[in-house]
Ligand binder design. Structure first.
Ligand SMILES: O=C(O)CCC(=O)C(=O)O
Length: 286
């Protein structure tokens, strides 16, 4: 993936960049296979601490039966998915778009949306779930594993919305899934005189979108007969700093182990993926 200066400028101005091919078709096939296994609760290399594994023998996806089956942090449970999620190549693109010398991977998601009416995901900003970082210099790489279309309920982004006012609000009902109020979070922040435009991410399998953590995005109903399969990876720039006061009610508190308040967001579960650690000995502390 080679980015042009126009690509970087587009990301800076619009808050997103659609890329036709991020994963190869071979990688897509492998990820689909690993995903099916992870959804069955079968893992190749479970990196969770022993006490967490003992307490949570089964790991269920979040969501309703007909909403996105939201499986968070699969990399921590599964070795195959760890390898995909920690790709230095995707990390390099994330670092370039964030204008950061390095990036760490702070979260990942498996995102199967059921066919024949799978519910919409309300429009939201990812940073509102990541206030454990004092900075919003973070981004998401969302990748489709199928031929993505509006009919399938592909992701849609709102251009320029990363520059709109930010007010910390946690939307807890992202997947409860009616069309009503689908856009309400964006409508509340849209500057007067600006109309909301939605850009659907229509890409072949392996394609996707990089978008800023403040870019509003969501997805509509899957009206097709096929499962809409997707994954997303979430990165923090080197300038992000840990805010320990924000993790009290986080779903996966152990993933913050060893992080120092005000220190970099890098530990064994949130690895620096670019540059790979072997080629760079330490993260710069500022
Ligand atoms: O896949 C979807 O429909 C929503 C994904 C999403 O919101 C995300 O990856 O941040």
């Amino acid at each position: 993936m080679n980015l042009t200066s126009e690509d970087i400028e587009h990301f800076d101005q619009q808050g997103f960049l659609i890329v036709e091919q991020i994963l190869s078709l071979e990688q897509v096939a492998q990820v689909i296979e690993s995903m099916a296994r992870v959804y069955r609760g079968e893992f190749t290399l479970d990196r969770r601490p022993q006490h967490i594994r003992a307490a949570h023998k089964r790991v269920w996806p979040l969501g309703l039966p007909d909403s996105v089956q939201w499986f968070l942090n699969a990399r921590v449970c599964d070795g195959d998915f760890w390898n995909v999620a920690t790709s230095a190549e995707i990390g390099r693109v994330a670092a370039t778009l964030l204008h950061s010398p390095s990036v760490s991977l702070v979260e990942d998601q498996l995102l199967n949306k059921p066919p024949q009416g799978g519910r919409p995901v309300k429009v939201h900003r990812d940073y509102s779930y990541w206030t454990f970082s004092k900075s919003s210099e973070m981004l998401t790489c969302w990748m489709s594993l199928v031929e993505a279309s509006v009919e399938m309920g592909t992701l849609q982004v709102i251009p320029g919305s990363h520059k709109w006012e930010y007010v910390q609000t946690l939307q807890l009902n992202l997947m409860d899934g009616s069309e009503q109020g689908w856009l309400s979070a964006a409508e509340a922040r849209c500057p007067a005189g600006t109309s909301i435009e939605l850009v659907p991410v229509v890409v072949p399998p392996g394609g996707g979108v990089f978008f800023h953590s403040l870019t509003f995005h969501g997805s509509s109903r899957n009206t097709s007969n096929c499962v809409r399969r997707a994954i997303s990876l979430h990165y923090a720039s080197e300038r992000c700093r840990f805010d320990v006061s924000r993790v009290a009610d986080h779903l996966f508190p152990y993933t913050f182990a060893g992080l120092r308040d005000g220190g970099p967001l890098v530990n064994r579960w949130m690895p620096q993926v670019y540059p790979p650690r072997s080629s760079r000995t330490s993260t710069i502390e500022k």
